[in-house]
Design a protein around this ligand. Structure first.
Ligand SMILES: Cc1cc2nc3c(=O)[nH]c(=O)nc-3n(C[C@H](O)[C@H](O)[C@H](O)COP(=O)(O)O)c2cc1C
Ligand SMILES: [Mn+2]
Length: 444
């Protein structure tokens, strides 16, 4: 399978899952605003071909909808999580290949200029333009084991980024080790990669597991890497832009505010500083950006947890059809083929056990589309009993960053119809809806 961003973009175009924007757009707000409307109205990826003050194109929404995921995993929207789960059980070691050096423009030292990149500013109070579509690669200085994560990076000046990486996030743990040894931590950032790489980077693996083996698992073949030029690290071959440098020991600077995954502004915090000593990019590079709180940004974090929930239900011998943690990560909708009354509550318990951050879990019948919140809402209104079907758990572990004690409780809702009453609860069907092609009907 092709491992580069460009082949993936070709696939998106072939499957009518990408739009191109040819008019000039501003990286400050306009790219994000346009991206949002494309996501909402079309559910497609976007390639901005003409970005003000930049020679690079910008791509975003690379995994901006369930239809795109179905294409990526060559399956249905419902089964993408099963495919992720199946593939991720067989890690594949990456392999280093010889990259052709003429593929990249390379600049080091004083020539590094991060203002060459069309880094976007997304929200009104964001303190800086933020790099968000990069995977951060480093090695544990004690064990030499690689770690890969996604981290926001605010552009401060030509060669300085403010980077957020606090323990227990593993980049933070590794940086702490380097700092105790009195050393800066070498890191590399790959921007503009195939989405399997970002999906692997955003997955929380146990400390000491290399996320690039998960990327290989998703590709079902070794991920190809190339050597960095100035640090002893490797990055995915075919990356569009590569940054190399160091996280400085014993240096912290105020960073933020920045729009976060829950659509709030993360307050100003003292965070790390990343000095960029080398930048490499393809001559006609495609710069990737991810907006934190829309489908792509949330989904990158949600997908592996959907797989955990799916697994927990399967292990409990529940006939699970589909799972969604979107659009909020803390909420979950699950469709099951119910075998007995009380099984939906078992499903809710299993889901809460699998992923502690979950706060609300709704179980529906298979004729309800868990990817359509309107449909889930319909089941909650028409099939749920709030006398029999509720599970309210108080004082239980939830989302950890919770100063107002909002997230340490959970609600489960059984919104499945009573068994053996299908005549009463069968949904009406309009034959032919899925076959209607509007363009056949709306011609003059
Ligand atoms: C777009 C995006 C941006 C992220 N930014 C940050 C960040 O700035 N700081 C952070 O701690 N985690 C961030 N995350 C979450 C981490 O990437 C994620 O928890 C990852 O699993 C951490 O890797 P680790 O398990 O090796 O620590 C981000 C995730 C995404 C998808
Ligand atoms: Mn890790």
């Amino acid at each position: 399978m092709k491992q580069d961003l460009r082949s993936y973009i070709d696939d998106l175009i072939k499957n009518d899952l990408m739009v191109k924007v040819k008019r000039e757009v501003q990286p400050r707000f306009e790219i994000c605003a346009t991206r949002k409307v494309v996501e909402k109205k079309l559910g497609k990826a976007v390639l901005f071909e003409n970005v003000a003050d930049s020679k690079f194109r910008v791509v975003t929404n690379l995994i901006g909808s369930r239809d795109i995921l179905a294409m990526l995993f060559e399956t249905t929207r419902e089964d993408a999580v099963k495919e992720f789960d199946k593939r991720s059980k067989e890690p594949v070691l990456p392999k280093v290949i010889k990259g052709s050096s003429d593929q990249y423009v390379s600049k080091t030292g004083k020539d590094v200029d991060l203002f060459e990149l069309p880094v976007t500013t997304d929200c009104s109070k964001d303190a800086l333009p933020y790099i968000t579509g990069g995977v951060v690669i480093t090695r544990d200085p004690e064990t030499g084991i690689r770690n890969v994560s996604m981290n926001r990076m605010g552009r401060k000046d030509k060669n300085t980024l403010k980077i957020r990486s606090m323990p227990p996030q593993q980049l933070g743990l590794i940086q702490e080790k380097a700092e105790k040894m009195g050393e800066n931590l070498p890191i590399a950032v790959a921007i503009g990669t195939h989405p399997f790489i970002a999906l692997a980077a955003a997955t929380c693996l146990p400390f000491g597991k290399d996320e690039l083996e998960l990327a290989g698992a998703l590709f079902r073949e070794p991920l190809e890497l190339i050597d960095c030029e100035t640090v002893d690290l490797q990055v995915p071959a075919h990356s569009e832009v590569i940054l190399e440098g160091e996280m400085l020991a014993n240096v912290r600077e105020e960073e933020g505010p920045y729009n976060d995954i829950f659509q709030f502004y993360i307050p100003v915090m003292r965070n790390h500083v990343f000095k960029v000593n080398c930048i490499r990019y393809k001559k006609d590079a495609i710069y990737q950006t991810v907006h934190s709180s829309d489908f792509e940004g949330v989904f990158l974090s949600a997908f592996s947890h959907e797989a955990e929930v799916y697994n927990a239900l399967k292990n409990a011998n529940i006939d699970v059809k589909a799972v969604s943690l979107m659009p909020m990560l803390l909420n979950c909708a699950i469709s099951i083929e119910k075998k007995f009354e009380g099984e939906p509550k078992r499903a809710i318990s299993a889901a809460f056990g699998a992923f502690s951050w979950l706060k609300l879990c709704v179980v529906v019948d298979p004729d309800v589309d868990v990817f359509d919140i309107g449909d889930v809402w319909w089941a909650m209104a028409t099939r749920a009993s709030y006398r029999k079907g509720l599970m309210h758990i108080t004082d239980i572990q939830g989302w950890p960053r919770d100063p107002f004690d909002l997230h340490q409780s959970k609600l489960g809702i059984d919104a499945t119809a009573p068994l053996n009453q299908w005549n009463e609860f069968e949904r009406k069907i309009i034959p032919g809806v899925s076959e209607v092609k509007l363009e056949d009907y709306l011609q003059e």
